[in-house]
Design a protein around this ligand. Structure first.
Ligand code: BEZ
Ligand code: FE
Length: 276
């Protein structure tokens, strides 16, 4: 076949992929072609616009290295990451909602004893965190691994401060016999997603701010259960309704109260989905 025009090109390309041996790859690529062509028909780009789009995607790739993942940030800021998350976490009643992992997770953070101090020479208000890990609709989970990380008073993670050699504001804890955990840290603050790349350009050009509301990240693993990746957000934060990555869920917002001694207190319980 030849002489394709606006009305015949899409089905011709779809058909060209018709012999893809892997049925899932065939489904994905044919759907991609239909949606991509539909998008192009919808916006009717000029050649200059098409070149600008190619340049944007090229620069997005060029911005990536082993520490920076601009394509995931693009996915996050377009709401795609949270859509993929929602599709993959249709949770049972009572299970703690999930949200994005984000780029500041570091594997193998120091495993500390319950009650330990997580902050190493970083600035912020003192915060005590405690909670219990349970199976959704079931018993407490002893020995669950609770991995936590968050930003400091200036909105930076330890990995964004090259001068900081040691892990700070990140650690792992094992829950006790009653599924409980507790530790000391600092109150996180709102911070911007990285804006020194193409995603920052996109946010500026579209009049969007780059801020994420203050939160503590949790990744909780327990045998026989789906690993929970989530955050707990600070109630009252001004960005809760305009998170740059669309990650806020009402159930994940908690009061960080003030103790009579002056420090802040977060008490939050988690429920994990049972596997199988
Ligand atoms: C974060 O919460 O660490 C994060 C998530 C998505 C994009 C940027 C940062
Ligand atoms: Fe974060």
């Amino acid at each position: 076949m030849r002489d394709f025009d606006e009305t015949t090109i899409t089905e011709a390309v779809v058909e060209r992929f018709g012999a893809t041996p892997d049925p899932r790859l065939r489904e994905v690529i044919q759907s991609l072609v239909r949606h991509l062509h539909g998008f192009v028909r919808d916006v009717e780009p000029s050649f200059a616009e098409w070149e600008a789009a190619i340049s944007f995607l090229t620069r997005t790739g060029q911005k990536c290295d082993d520490k920076r993942q601009e394509f995931i940030l693009l996915s996050d800021t377009l709401g795609v990451s949270m859509l993929v998350d929602a599709i993959n976490h249709r949770l049972p009643e009572g299970a703690t909602p999930t949200t994005v992992l984000g780029p500041f997770y570091v594997e193998n953070a120091p495993e500390l004893p319950l009650g330990a101090e997580v902050a190493q020479a970083m600035k912020g208000e003192r915060l005590h965190v405690s909670g219990q890990v349970r199976s959704a609709g079931g018993a407490p989970l002893a020995g669950a691994l609770v991995d936590i990380w968050h930003s400091d008073e200036d909105g930076f993670y330890d990995v964004q401060r090259p001068a900081e050699e040691n892990a700070s504001l990140r650690a792992r804890f094992r829950t006790d016999a009653e599924g409980r955990f507790h530790f000391w840290t600092l109150l996180p603050t709102a911070y911007p997603v990285p804006t020194d790349g193409p995603v920052g350009e996109m946010l500026t050009a579209t009049g969007r701010h780059p801020m994420r509301p203050a939160h503590v990240h949790f990744m909780i693993a327990a045998s026989g259960h789906e690993t929970l990746v989530t955050h707990v957000f600070v109630a009252g934060d001004e960005y809760l309704d305009s998170d740059a990555v669309f990650g806020v869920k009402q159930e994940l917002i908690a009061e960080f109260t003030r103790a009579p001694e002056g420090h802040r207190v977060l008490q939050y319980d988690f429920a994990l989905k049972r596997l199988g």
